[in-house]
Design a protein around this ligand. Structure first.
Ligand SMILES: [Fe+2]
Ligand SMILES: [Fe+2]
Length: 145
């Protein structure tokens, strides 16, 4: 099933994040990771914005339909990643790369499919890029006269 349009920007960011994880892990294996880890930490603002958008656009509606387990895992992992970025040592870099890859997979394989399922069931809908509880108004479904 193709990814819902509203989720595509998140998936695009995820692809970039996985590329960054790969580069960081390769640099760590060659013991050349210090400059790259410094760059990842300095440019974390982009990933931070991604986290904030997920938290604001997706989580309230997921909580409203009882998806606490997904929401808890997502929030805890964002918090751990934020904490690791504040640490300067290279063991944090390794943990960051490992957790970020796992986090992206969790969202792509569990959170987003569940959102798509809930939208198809009419329990959630998209409104101006925001995930909302309930079925879409008729005007937005294209099924109005
Ligand atoms: Fe996330
Ligand atoms: Fe994400």
């Amino acid at each position: 099933m193709p990814r819902q349009q509203a989720l595509q920007p998140f998936s695009h960011d995820h692809h970039q994040a996985l590329v960054m994880c790969l580069r960081l892990e390769r640099a760590l294996q060659r013991a050349e990771a210090r400059p790259l880890w410094a760059w990842v930490r300095e440019s974390f603002t982009e990933l931070e914005l991604h986290f904030i958008e997920e938290e604001l656009q997706l989580l309230p509606a997921l909580l409203a339909v009882g998806e606490q387990a997904l929401v808890s895992q997502l929030v805890v992992e964002h918090a751990r990643l934020r904490l690791l970025v504040r640490q300067g040592d290279l063991s944090a870099a390794q943990q960051f790369a490992t957790l970020l890859r796992a986090h992206v997979r969790f969202e792509e394989r569990q959170v987003f499919p569940r959102i798509e399922e809930l939208v198809q069931q009419g329990r959630l809908h998209w409104q101006a890029g925001q995930l909302c509880q309930g079925a879409a108004p008729l005007a937005e479904t294209g099924s109005a006269f």
